[in-house]
Ligand binder design. Structure first.
Ligand SMILES: Nc1ncnc2c1ncn2[C@@H]1O[C@H](COP(=O)(O)OP(=O)(O)OP(=O)(O)O)[C@@H](O)[C@H]1O
Length: 239
């Protein structure tokens, strides 16, 4: 098991942001964490990584505790955040080198640059990359540790169709090689392309956890988008 979370809750002051969430993930599997804005997806990821305080019955990530074995977990887990911030004078090559320096063992960076369509852009300032290129760089950096598990937050927001397809293809190939993925996305085609199972949060509560086929049956809807809206409580109202 690459990730085992049992009954994890996150509370801010008196507000419960996530209540008793459980996730089990094996090597080569991907789970989609779904929910409306504010449903608790980012809080869950932060808690699983040990960045946010939480209560839980079990929290084991790549066989370790994110608190006691922070270093070992860090070496084997990649994280792509929604908006990665880069320094003004940083080039693509500098960013890769800085990231590589953080890890003992790293993936083949020139190969990753090729895969992500950034070969030839090594000397360009990160701030001058297009939004989509910067997004691809953020995913590339998350893969530099050659992780067993990667957290991808809003993976292809802002990417064009071709870039999205290329990224999916690459991640599917990495899954075949055993990479486990926790993905948050508001795009249901992305979830269908990459995920073996989904967990839908609504105001911090798990309202569905299962496969895509199961969510269609349970909701009585024909498409994942309709099934998602049914469970996430986004039908016909804000919030
Ligand atoms: N540091 C914090 N302090 C207090 N409340 C917080 C904090 N972080 C998040 N929250 C609240 O916890 C709830 C869950 O937020 P979270 O960011 O986990 O949602 P999300 O599902 O990731 O949303 P989005 O899709 O908008 O990124 C929200 O009500 C949010 O306002």
């Amino acid at each position: 098991m690459v990730l085992s979370v049992k009954n994890l809750s996150v509370t801010y002051a008196e507000n419960v942001a996530v209540e008793r969430i459980s996730i089990q993930l094996e090597a080569g599997q991907a789970i989609g964490l779904l929910g409306a804005n504010g449903a608790g997806k980012s809080s869950t990821i932060a808690a699983v990584l040990g960045i946010e305080t939480s209560t839980y019955d079990e929290l084991v990530i790549v066989g370790k505790s994110p608190f006691r074995d922070r270093k070992e977990v860090f070496e084997q887990v990649g994280v792509q955040f929604q908006e990665t911030r880069f320094q003004d004078k940083l080039t693509v090559s500098d960013a890769c080198k800085q990231w590589q320096a953080l890890y003992k063992k790293t993936a083949d960076v020139p190969a990753l640059l090729q895969t992500f369509g950034l070969a030839g852009k090594e000397k360009q300032l990160v701030k001058l990359l297009s939004g989509g290129e910067r997004q691809r760089l953020a995913v590339l950096l998350a893969l530099i540790p050659d992780p067993k598990l990667v957290f991808l937050d809003e993976l292809t927001t802002g990417l064009d169709t071709k870039a999205r397809r290329m990224l999916w293809k690459q991640l599917l190939a990495m899954k075949e090689d055993g990479l486990a993925i926790v993905l948050t996305s508001h795009y249901m085609d992305e979830i269908e392309a990459l995920c073996d199972k989904i967990l839908i949060l609504r105001k911090g509560q798990t309202v569905f956890h299962g496969t895509i086929q199961e969510v269609l049956i349970a909701s009585g809807k024909a498409t994942l988008e309709d099934a998602y809206l049914h469970f996430a409580g986004e039908e016909e109202q804000w919030g």
